[in-house]
Write a protein that binds this ligand. Structure first.
Ligand SMILES: [Zn+2]
Length: 256
């Protein structure tokens, strides 16, 4: 009996060692990959790079990244090298508050690498104290220069809030209640299948979240007034992958 327990322990220990080795990105790199990796981006954001960036430059960087994403000309990154280079610290350029939607892969759509951006994700890209704390950390403590609130086309959370979906979960109901004000501000019949109406609510919710962040975080609004941080709202199109900036005070979109 004792022998069996001892053998089981040895087996589990061996399994643990094997699985640890398998999760090490460096060990999975083949010789062929190592040979071509010299062309890839291995560098990461440093304190100096972060200090030298202005909020406007960060915004331009993200929008340029989105252009590369749309045109299929994304940077070639050595992610293993970036993992190694960021082990001891991070100096991200931006904080992006986005929805959890699987069709909005934030680093991809802005063509960013390891250590480049903080991504805060919650269904319907709303804010609450915990999320505000996360954003305040990124901007006020870790030195990021831009806060982007990113809504997206055909958002399931916004649709569920419009439909007042009730699945018997007080947690989901509490989450969707954050969207109610943005819905009520938009004129028209409450209909999630009306694409134009849905888009107006989605964009209004982004603007509302931006306003709420300014009102509820003196750290973020203070940094913004000092010009150290820029806060913007944006909309991601599931149709063509394009990110468009939203105006602060209306539901209209800036077209570039
Ligand atoms: Zn969504």
């Amino acid at each position: 009996m004792k022998k069996n327990i001892f053998l089981t322990f040895i087996w589990l220990f061996t399994l643990l060692i094997i699985s640890c080795n398998q999760t090490n990105p460096k060990s999975s790199q083949t010789n062929a990959e190592q040979n071509v990796s010299s062309d890839k981006i291995k560098t990461v954001m440093t304190k100096q790079m972060q200090d030298d960036l202005t909020p406007d430059a960060v915004l331009e960087d993200l929008l340029n990244g989105n252009q590369r994403y749309i045109s299929g000309k994304m940077e070639n990154r050595d992610l293993s090298a970036q993992v190694a280079a960021t082990t001891d610290g991070q100096f991200p350029k931006a904080v992006i508050l986005a929805c959890i939607d699987s069709r909005v892969p934030v680093e991809y759509i802005f063509d960013q690498g390891i250590g480049d951006v903080f991504v805060v994700r919650v269904a319907g890209n709303i804010e609450d104290p915990e999320l505000l704390g996360s954003m305040e950390y990124g901007l006020g403590v870790a030195g990021s220069k831009l806060l982007m609130v990113l809504g997206h086309e055909n958002c399931g959370a916004v649709k569920a809030a419009i439909e007042k979906v009730d699945v018997g979960s007080e947690n989901i109901t509490a989450l969707l209640s954050h969207l109610e004000q943005s819905i009520q501000e938009i004129e028209g019949t409450r209909n999630s299948k009306d694409k134009a109406y849905l888009d107006k609510v989605i964009k209004n919710n982004v603007n509302q979240t931006v306003e709420d962040i300014r009102n509820r975080s003196s750290i973020i609004s203070g940094l913004e007034k000092e010009g150290k941080v820029k806060v913007v709202g944006a909309y991601y199109s599931l149709t063509d992958g394009k990110v468009t900036l939203l105006q602060d005070d209306t539901q209209e979109v800036h077209e570039h």
